[in-house]
Write a protein that binds this ligand. Structure first.
Ligand code: FES
Length: 128
């Protein structure tokens, strides 16, 4: 049976920031074609930083816990900060992932990078 960090257990049992930011400045959706887990992440940008993030996720306990943690973690980050996140950083932040759960970190990184891309498209649209 998979073991979970205290942080993942806390966020899986009491998920934070569930839902969607209305009229978001950035939005991303990713799905793992193998396991089927899905994540939609939306964010509001305030003064060049993530001001608020909300998530809708469907999947395993590790993914749901990780998604909740991510919504708190990225508040205050700049777009470049999101792009710089990798699987190791996600795994550290959630208190570690078992080998069988490591693709949860990949999915989290994918949605964070996609959010950064969406954010860039939005800001380019606003500058024209
Ligand atoms: Fe694939 Fe959770 S089982 S990310």
């Amino acid at each position: 049976m998979a073991r979970f960090s205290d942080a993942i257990v806390e966020h899986f049992t009491h998920p934070k920031n569930v839902g969607e930011v209305p009229d978001p400045d950035a939005a991303a959706f990713v799905a793992d074609p193998v396991c089927g887990d899905q994540v939609r992440l939306t964010a509001r940008v305030v003064d060049g930083r993530v001001g608020e993030a909300r998530v809708l996720a469907h999947g395993c306990a590790a993914m749901l816990g990780t998604a909740s943690i991510v919504t708190e973690w990225i508040v205050g980050m700049r777009r470049g900060d999101l792009r710089g996140l990798d699987e190791a950083a996600v795994s550290r932040r959630v208190g570690g992932l078992a080998p069988g759960q490591s693709h949860c970190a990949r999915l989290a990184v994918d949605v964070l990078h996609a959010l950064a891309e969406s954010w860039q498209r939005t800001s380019q649209g606003n500058s024209t």
